[in-house]
Ligand binder design. Structure first.
Ligand SMILES: Cc1ncc(C[n+]2csc(CCOP(=O)(O)OP(=O)(O)O)c2C)c(N)n1
Ligand code: SF4
Length: 339
């Protein structure tokens, strides 16, 4: 029998629900990049599932014309994990905010990353609680004044990339709402990756944290952003005139042609390297150290997934078990009869 493959467009993934984000919210760009990326993935429409917790960003599943689940605060990853294990054929996406993922869902987040179930996580990082009107979150910068830190935030913020590396995460990428084309390409790479992929999307909350990422997301700040490509030198700047080099245990910014620096001195990006040392430096770059903020796939290191290991274990027990069925197992040990 001949079968014809359906070619989807972004419209196939747009629902009829009214989008309730504020005009100008960065979340719109992420939604549209996802809707444009999905038709380019080799996945049937009915196999996509979007699962979220609570927050402005977590309204995302309503706006997708796919299966979806709007869960409870911080618990989206538990639901996503169960969904994937119940049906490994699904392409499962978890949508979460910085508060949802790193505060109330912090424990779920680190353990999901450690487990490496084949899930795709998009972490909308606007460095604030949007839905509950501007309280600081675990990614809010030190010193920032918010509704709940009128004198300035006094806790050290989490860096999502650092948390992923520290939890033995296999895939981490960073994108921004201002560059939807790049975002789309990275989402496609995240879907191809077998294991937990975390994409941190820097997004602007126009109401409660406007312009927070401007230094790293505006076109006229090209000296402050570096777009990584696997196998390519780490160059940046308007004319790609700057690069990154290792100096001892530190990354440094250098200019081609200055102090005899040539292209051969510039670090070449290897996303597949097992060691996390350089990855840690790349996720941290750009926070007051004179280095650019780094975007793109920083780490992509394939390993067995949780579900592959689980299936291998189940197969092994089935093959080697001395019990033919559950009844035999239940009746095999010490049993009591309660009269
Ligand atoms: C158990 C529980 N605690 C607190 C809340 C209140 N709450 C709803 S959304 C939210 C913060 C969401 O912030 P974030 O995850 O950063 O998402 P954003 O709205 O910025 O997209 C909080 C604290 C809740 N709904 N449930
Ligand atoms: S409050 Fe902020 S994050 Fe929420 S919809 Fe409005 S702009 Fe977006």
């Amino acid at each position: 029998m001949e079968t014809t493959k359906v070619k989807y467009t972004f419209k196939d993934f747009s629902s009829d629900q009214e989008v309730k984000w504020c005009p100008g919210c960065g979340d719109y760009a992420i939604l549209s990049a996802v809707q444009k990326a999905l038709p380019e993935m080799d996945v049937k429409k009915e196999d996509f599932v979007f699962i979220s917790g609570i927050g402005c960003s977590s309204r995302f599943p309503y706006y997708m014309d796919t299966y979806g689940f709007h869960g409870i605060h911080g618990r989206g990853l538990a639901i996503a994990t169960g969904t994937k294990l119940a049906n490994p054929n699904l392409s499962v996406w978890q949508i979460t905010g910085d508060g949802d993922a790193m505060a109330i869902g912090g424990n779920h987040f680190i353990h999901a990353v450690r487990r490496n179930v084949d899930l795709n996580v998009i972490l909308f990082n606007n460095e604030i609680y949007g839905l509950t009107k501007g309280q600081f979150s675990p990614t809010t910068k030190l010193g920032m004044k918010t509704k709940t830190s009128p004198e300035g935030q006094i806790q050290n913020p989490f860096n999502p990339g650092e948390l992923v590396m520290g939890s033995k995460g296999r895939f981490f990428a960073r994108v921004m709402d201002k560059n939807p084309k790049h975002m789309k390409e990275v989402f496609i790479q995240a879907e191809k990756f077998k294991g937990t992929s975390v994409v941190e999307a820097l997004t602007n909350c126009v109401i409660f944290n406007d312009k927070v990422h401007d230094q790293f997301t505006q076109k006229d700040h090209q000296d402050d952003m570096l777009f990584l490509e696997h196998g390519k030198p780490m160059l940046f700047g308007k004319n790609k005139e700057y690069g990154l080099m290792l100096h001892g245990f530190k990354l440094i910014k250098v200019k081609l042609g200055e102090n005899h620096v040539t292209i051969d001195d510039i670090l070449v990006h290897d996303a597949h390297v097992e060691e996390t040392g350089l990855g840690m430096m790349l996720v941290n770059a750009g926070m007051g150290d004179g280095l650019p903020r780094v975007f793109g796939v920083i780490r992509s290191v394939q390993e067995d997934t949780f579900e592959e290991r689980m299936q291998a274990q189940v197969d092994n027990v089935r093959e080697t078990s001395k019990f033919a069925n559950l009844d035999e197992l239940f009746a095999s040990g010490e049993t009591w009869e309660i009269e």
